[in-house]
Design a protein around this ligand. Structure first.
Ligand SMILES: [Zn+2]
Length: 247
């Protein structure tokens, strides 16, 4: 089929605009759950880093406690040796005890040095922990607000979509059934684009606005008639000339 008698090309153009709107709205509605999922995933990621930071802090605090206990133990050891020192008369044993005290003091020093490093790490970890706790709290509020907005938008879109669909069926009822059938068929075959404006280059050569294939000169003649539907021989889309339709 290359021609069809109809004066309804304007209606078809309007219908296609409605269908595009419907497809866009439906697409938007479909994308909202993904957007929500992305927000939740980002939040979970942040929450995980917060939990990791908290674990690091707790681990360091335990290490700190252990070092403090070790220092206290060394204190005890040193005091014990010093008490023993007072009771010993023999020179050799005295010297051994003194070196034991020296060793314990040295070990205690080393632990104290380690503790200082650890204290710094605890401080840093505590700052990081606090920072992440705050960030997570803020992010959670933001996320919940955005999700509420998205859910509200989804509800609005669903209501609008339903209204546009109703409007569409009322609109379609006024179009001749055979034209509707043709339109729906091409739309289905051509991913929603059933009707296209033709393109004209500087030399006056015309081509289909859907598939870009050049059109035979006879089409240019047909396209000037306001009471027929013209089809592209290549993609079968309905083609039109703006001047004929709206001129
Ligand atoms: Zn075409």
């Amino acid at each position: 089929m290359t021609l069809m008698h109809s004066t309804e090309i304007r209606s078809l153009i309007d219908l296609q605009a409605k269908d595009k709107l419907i497809a866009d709205m439906a697409g938007k509605i479909l994308s909202i759950p993904d957007e929500i999922e992305t927000l939740n995933a980002l939040f979970d990621e942040k929450k995980n880093s917060m939990n990791t930071a908290r674990e690091t802090l707790l681990k360091l605090q335990v290490e700190k406690k252990n070092k403090e206990l070790s220092i206290a133990e060394k204190d005890e050891e040193i005091r014990k040796h010093q008490r023993e020192l007072n009771m010993i008369r023999e020179n050799k044993a005295f010297k051994i005890l003194l070196s034991e005290i020296e060793r314990a003091k040295k070990e205690q020093d080393d632990i104290e040095t380690e503790l200082l490093v650890l204290l710094e790490a605890v401080d840093k970890a505590a700052i990081e922990d606090k920072k992440l706790q705050q960030e997570v709290k803020k992010l959670e509020e933001e996320k919940n607000r955005k999700i509420a907005e998205l859910e509200a938008a989804k509800k609005d879109l669903a209501a609008s979509l339903s209204a546009v669909k109703t409007e569409r069926s009322q609109f379609c009822a006024k179009i001749a059934p055979e034209i509707m059938e043709k339109y729906e068929f091409i739309k289905e075959q051509r991913q929603g684009l059933a009707i296209v404006e033709i393109k004209e280059d500087k030399t006056g050569k015309i081509s289909c606005g859907g598939c870009n294939i050049g059109l035979i000169p006879q089409k240019a003649v047909d396209l000037k008639k306001p009471d027929i539907l013209v089809f592209c021989d290549n993609c079968q889309r309905i083609i039109y000339l703006k001047k004929t339709v709206y001129g």
